[in-house]
Write a protein that binds this ligand. Structure first.
Ligand SMILES: [Zn+2]
Length: 131
């Protein structure tokens, strides 16, 4: 059992709140703002808390982690592909596909097209579909 000075609870909490707000915004932008969707976010945030407690320096990275967790859970649990890519694609329009969070693990997460890698929006700033 390790003791020592625990992580600064304040900044951990703030990072998780920020992650939750950004992911909830991006879900809402794509019409996924039912309680079932928000529940998925809350579970992901709760499960990332231990990760941040173990690695407080990960505060900058946690938003991207939560977004990827939510993306996976939506697909596994609800069969929802989120967020759909709505970028213009050069040449032939590809099959429907989603955006990925880049970087996989790092600060300043943003959404990028799975097919072309083109940046779509920073995490938390996804535009509504059909805009
Ligand atoms: Zn795309």
């Amino acid at each position: 059992m390790s003791e020592g000075p625990g992580p600064a609870g304040g900044s951990t909490h703030a990072a998780l709140l920020d992650a939750r707000a950004r992911v909830v915004h991006d879900l809402g932008a794509h019409g996924l703002d039912a309680p079932a969707h928000v529940d998925v976010v809350d579970v992901a945030v709760r499960e990332r808390r231990w990760w941040l407690d173990a690695w407080p320096e990960g505060a900058d990275h946690v938003a991207g982690q939560v977004a990827q967790d939510v993306q996976e859970s939506l697909l596994d649990e609800l069969g929802v592909h989120w967020p759909r890519c709505s970028l213009a694609h050069p040449g032939e329009e590809p099959d429907p596909h989603v955006l990925h969070v880049l970087p996989d693990l790092g600060p300043d997460p943003h959404w990028a097209c799975e097919e072309t890698g083109a940046a779509a929006a920073p995490l938390g700033a996804l535009r509504a579909l059909g805009d």
